[in-house]
Design a protein around this ligand. Structure first.
Ligand code: HEM
Length: 111
């Protein structure tokens, strides 16, 4: 049980940092360090999530798949807007928070 709780702490902290650096990368256009941290924390959040999937031994129910898709959409949104549509950065921040709300909804309600 201890490992499950440690993994959840790790996952939530990494997800928090992933989102924070995502927003920071949309606000501070040119910082390479912020973009690198966004990438690194996205991987840590994924590793924590996959670890939890393993520990929970429930296979891959719909809510987990939904969270994986949301994670990928957030990665694409931040990457594409920063590269191709810089004038939509503020909109992208709104979209990112909506997606995070959806990920937390799936994590808590597991529909
Ligand atoms: C935007 C990214 C994500 C956010 C904000 C997020 C947030 C959270 C939160 C807040 C919890 C704790 C829920 C609770 O205690 O009831 C959680 C648990 C979990 N997350 Fe994520 N997550 C994200 C991405 C992912 C990804 C990509 C995966 C899978 C690869 C994943 C798999 C899980 C699993 C398996 C749990 C454990 C649920 C349980 O203990 O019952 N998450 N997540």
């Amino acid at each position: 049980m201890l490992f499950y709780e440690f993994l959840k702490l790790f996952h939530i902290l990494a997800a928090f940092m992933f989102i924070s650096f995502g927003v920071a990368s949309l606000l501070t256009q040119s910082s390479k360090l912020v973009k690198a941290m966004f990438g690194a924390c996205s991987l840590l959040a994924l590793i924590g999530g996959v670890g939890l999937i393993g520990v929970l031994k429930q296979g891959m129910p719909g809510w987990m798949t939904a969270k994986l898709i949301i994670w990928a959409v957030i990665m694409a949104l931040v990457g594409v807007v920063n590269k191709r549509f810089p004038s939509y950065r503020t909109h992208a921040i709104g979209g990112l928070f909506f997606l995070v709300g959806l990920a937390i909804f799936y994590a808590v309600y597991k529909p």
